[in-house]
Design a protein around this ligand. Sequence first.
Ligand SMILES: Nc1ncnc2c1ncn2[C@@H]1O[C@H](COP(=O)(O)OP(=O)(O)OP(=O)(O)O)[C@@H](O)[C@H]1O
Ligand SMILES: [Mg+2]
Length: 370
Amino acid sequence: MTAADNPFLPTFGTSPPMLAGRDDVVARFEHAFARGPQHPDYTMLITGVRGSGKTVLLNEAEDAALRLGWRVISMSASVRDLCRLVTNAALQHLREADNGEPSRRVSSVSVMGVGVEWNERPATQIAEVDLRSALTALAANVAADSTGLLLTVDELQAVSQSEATELAVTVQHITRRELLPVAFVGAALPEIDETLLVDRGMTFFQRCARARLTPLLPDDTAAALRQPIQQAGGRIDDVALGHLVGASGGHPFTIQLLGYHTWEMATPGARIIATHAAAGAMEADHVLLEQIVKPIWSGLSDMDRSFLWAMSLDEADSEMSLIAERIERSPNYAQTYRRRLIDVGAIEPAGRGKVRFGYPQMRSWLRSQR
Ligand SMILES: Nc1ncnc2c1ncn2[C@@H]1O[C@H](COP(=O)(O)OP(=O)(O)OP(=O)(O)O)[C@@H](O)[C@H]1O
Ligand SMILES: [Mg+2]
């Protein structure tokens, strides 16, 4: 039997061939949608590092809502005018509901640059169409149909303070105070805990139930690799699989990258053994280095780079106090650079007073440059 096409898809935002290790998160929002606004998971915030599978989970939530016949508004906060776009999307849904059209997903892309007006229905006419009135009208509409509305916002860490406040106040009012069926799932990088969420005006987001995406467990990682390989008519031996599981560190994007390149090494036939896995892992490392690590590096200042050089001396997570010493600057000064480096994805917080590389490839690459 010849193997089919490569089943792995190392691209951001696309659903994997097998969604491994996230059943608990999926079950949480499915239960919440079924139970209604009083369920604690009805408003949820998913956080995780780049490539941990946040966008994919938002897509899962949207699919679950659509299966229930709900309306869906799917936004990415990296667009400007988030609240305006949510308003437009709500108006779009209202118009479709008026026309008896079936529920669907309206995304930021589909309403971008489209000025939607809603004035056909005098009975329900709204004097000034702001976010609150549009969403409230839509919430009442879906409630009357005994369905619901799901609002998802991706890249929430990129939203401006003022837009976040407006959104929070509105959804808080509709879902928590009026108990109307508007569910919310947001996704953000973990840094949101230190940026948007520290603000006092952000009670709504602070009170959202949390799903923190940690690396996949080894068994789930193995399943995420083995199952797509087998389904595509290939095979992988235990040694090769063990190698890939270890090399991935349970990071979902890296899993797809490793799966993809290892499969390529073993074509045609896709009988994957250790040599394919080793070659695939080298290729995946190379891709991570060229497509992610080096582009991050090239955008950094000399001081940012000194910070990372200082980190590369450590075998594991780095102590901020030690980095400050190594770069011969005050702890406060080092904090400023820490923040900037987190923002560009070069490093991640690693618990109290510690940081780690966003991509371990950066450490080995820096060391090879010395
Ligand atoms: N549970 C999973 N099992 C296997 N692969 C996964 C899983 N979750 C995500 N992936 C894969 O990982 C890659 C990254 O997923 P996704 O784009 O959702 O990450 P993200 O957290 O949104 O990243 P970013 O912060 O950069 O937007 C995709 O190729 C996706 O198919
Ligand atoms: Mg994403």
